[in-house]
Design a protein around this ligand. Structure first.
Ligand code: SF4
Length: 460
């Protein structure tokens, strides 16, 4: 899909496994879809930390020599999109500081909704910030706390609001500890796997497949896994939330389809969204010749649609996967260049056909409009666009890089007006009620479809 929804970040960690940095590299590689602006790993023993962070893809940031320098059997890593802060290297994670108490490194997936207030408060008390990312307030707050590691984590995280799935690597003069922590609402996924005699912890289970870790558990909302020399302690943060709110968009779009997020197969969830869209079209007696998905994220829902409806599934568009973060556009403008460089239609599949096109969302509408124009130029007779989510009417404040409300087409136009704008013959979305049915009544965050923000929105 889309030029405008960008995944937030991904975190991955290894506890007590030889070649931890190399394994962490593989884990981050599997999570590359969650952030492509920069990557970093900090490894550690009870005596020292080693780290490397740089902008670029995981495979560009690390080579064998760089990984060999990251010693120890424990490491945490991060891939980043800039949801908060700009794109400077100093904003890359893991953030890493030293104090008289030892060393601390933090990798964060999510966004803190009160970071700006906390930053102003800390700066007024003399703190000097190195970066512009929200995560840095966690380091400053932690540095001011006293007590055991657990007490310091509780004291620190009782001050922050919003979304955080965190990996915290900590050493003092006696020992090394790693904490995996999910905020009390449980916005972002974070799971634990067993690997050899140790553990892997990551944003998504697809990373476990690559490093050979076996699934252990998804962290519960507000839960902490604390790894230390004597074993693992599981405990709950003191701060509580009125309800859980896992991000439903992880199932719809952000997580990889080969992951299990929040206890469900992402692929199966997406197929179910497609099946629900198909059921509705069957009731409405929609007549079509084939169904296709907008690659890549619309494909599983299109398969679900095909299986439910019996319509043949075809690849109507082929996606180029090898576009870097930037590409050089020709001086002489080629019409719809930015869409064409990503998606190329297959006229043989499309000519003269009435097509059901399945996608996961419409953001500004401009990409859907251009894709529909490409499909029509390639011979499609009718285009029935089906969106495997409700209309996106409001931005995300919990770790996803989204346009402002004003830029979201569904915040301003009716479904009929959107249909007209994107040159579709018909347009259907899932409803919020459909989403409730698909999530089996679970308490989830769907604020970008409903404006029901579980943890409030930033005041500053
Ligand atoms: S607002 Fe939307 S994208 Fe953000 S956490 Fe909630 S469901 Fe996910």
């Amino acid at each position: 899909m889309k030029s405008s929804w960008r995944e937030n970040c991904g975190v991955f960690g290894i506890w007590k496994v030889p070649e931890a940095a190399h394994l962490n590299y593989l884990g981050l590689f599997a999570l590359q879809h969650r952030g492509q602006e920069g990557a970093g790993i900090v490894s550690g023993t009870h005596e020292s930390f080693w780290g490397r962070r740089s902008s670029g893809l995981v495979s560009q940031v690390f080579d064998r020599e760089a990984l060999n320098q990251l010693q120890g059997e424990t490491a945490i890593g991060h891939v980043r999109y800039s949801t908060v802060g700009n794109q400077a290297d100093k904003n890359l994670q893991p953030l890493w500081v030293q104090g008289e108490w030892g060393e601390l490194a933090v990798a964060h997936n999510g966004t803190l909704t009160n970071a700006q207030e906390l930053r102003l408060e800390l700066e007024s008390q003399g703190s000097v910030f190195q970066s512009s990312v929200d995560t840095e307030v966690i380091l400053h707050l932690f540095a001011r706390t006293k007590g055991s590691f657990r007490e310091r984590i509780d004291a620190t995280l009782s001050r922050v609001a919003g979304a955080f799935s965190l990996l915290i690597l900590y050493r003092d003069s006696k020992e090394l500890r790693l904490a995996a922590i999910k905020d009390p609402f449980g916005f972002r996924p974070l799971c634990v796997g067993r690997l050899q005699e140790g553990y892997a912890i990551g944003s998504e289970s697809c990373a476990f497949d690559l490093v050979g870790a076996s699934w252990e558990a998804e962290l519960e909302a507000g839960e902490v896994y604390e790894f230390h020399s004597k074993g693992v302690d599981r405990w709950k943060l003191n701060s509580k939330a009125p309800r859980t709110a896992p991000c439903v968009f992880e199932w719809i779009y952000f997580s990889r389809p080969d992951s299990n997020s929040f206890g469900r197969s992402v692929y199966e969830f997406r197929k179910q969204t497609g099946a629900l869209l198909a059921e509705r079209d069957q009731r409405a007696s929609l007549r079509a010749d084939l169904v296709m998905g907008v690659p890549d994220s619309g494909i599983p829902a299109a398969i679900g649609y095909s299986q439910q409806s019996g319509l043949p599934f075809e690849m109507g568009l082929i996606r180029n996967h090898y576009i870097g973060r930037t590409f050089i556009e020709p001086h002489q403008s080629i019409r719809d260049f930015r869409v064409k460089i990503k998606q190329n239609p297959l006229p043989k599949s499309l000519e003269g056909k009435r097509i059901v096109v399945v996608d996961d969302s419409i953001v500004r509408g401009t990409t859907s409009r251009k894709i529909n124009m490409l499909l029509r130029e390639a011979g499609a007779r009718e285009i029935h666009l089906r969106i495997a989510a409700p209309p996106t009417i409001s931005p995300c404040y919990y770790g996803i890089d989204t346009p402002t409300e004003n830029e979201l087409i569904a915040s301003k136009k009716s479904i009929e007006e959107i249909r007209d704008f994107i040159f579709a013959d018909s347009l259907e979305y899932l409803s919020l009620e459909d989403l409730r049915q698909l999530t089996q009544g679970a308490s989830v965050c769907h604020a970008c479809f409903s404006k029901d923000y579980p943890s409030g929105i930033p005041k500053l």
